[in-house]
Design a protein. Sequence first.
Length: 408
Amino acid sequence: MGPGARSPTTKKGILERLDAGEVVIGDGGFVIALEKRGYVKAGPWTPEAAVEHPEAVYQLHREFLRAGSNVLQTFTFYASEDKLENRGNYVAAKFSGQKVNEAACDIAKEVAEEGDALVAGGVSQTPSYLSGRSEAEVKMIFRKQLEVFKKKNVDFLIAEYFEHVEEAAWAVEALKESGKPVAVTMCIGPEGDMHGVLPGECAVRLVKAGASIVGVNCHFDPETSLKTVKLMKEGLQAAKLKAHLMTQPLAFHTPDCGKQGFIDLPEFPFALEPRILTRWDVHKYAREAYNLGVRYIGGCCGFEPYHIRAIAEELAPERGFLPQGSEKHGSWGSGLSMHTKPWIRARARKEYWENLLPASGRPYCPAFSKPDAWGVTKGDAELLQQKEATSEDQLKELFKKQKSSTKP
């Protein structure tokens, strides 16, 4: 075990920590980070790297742990059996969903033992729901992953990345069958889910379904996500319901996003880098989340370990300690006082970085984009999924639609 690690039998559970008012720091985004490193395929975004390249998953978990995460989510995003065989994906046939989920649990649990971290087993939205399958069929898909999480005895469960509150509630109900605490996050903004259910009502439905922790993840930046969580908090207060609040937003600025979030931006997924949050942006996010009453604070796509370290450093006064990852990081750039160049040494202060307006270096690029906004969601024929790979004819129809939608 690493310095300060506890015996597994003495670790406090997620609700014990949150009930005591502790700040719980989540981890960051795995699929985007591992795609950039060459271990995840953009498009399906499935987590077979847990089997094919476990060393890469181990390393990223360790970096998040060192940066300050005290929850490690299993790398099981999009690891449902139907997703692993969707549109020509080979993973279900070659490995099976069970093997991918088991490998992801084993990796997260091993790394968590190196510090005071909990392991959360995660499920996410399914192709089956988007294709109109029944509640019983969709819940059965969640239960297959849940069987692995129970077998591996993860500490608690997270249902994350849901665009529709109906499916999110089904996930919560299925996960609650384990008897373990359940957190749930939706990838929605202030306008609500894709069927128009507002954030406050979403939160109410999810708590009634059995969630102890509710919030948002992915699709939107911290500013937008905190607006959404505030609406969730107000909805719960109006309904006289209690739950802990959670945020795991993007590490990309998305003020120009529509209801569908960043996946509608023309830059998604291969040209998002100009939008990346600085570590100082994350300091601001962490403080604003804390002031809102959020105590489970993490990140999703784009959040690298240095972003998580920024959360831990901003909230170090409340937590009482810094993460190991701060050993090589001077507070607010103080390490720059050792630089050879005097104008760099002059930047070794909080005031400088807190007030900096970073330039993009791209003089001919716009500040905002125009989201695609096709408005396609569950119930639309275009969203029906299939086991077969997308055909050339199907792609031609999509290309044609895209061209017509972008005409002035």
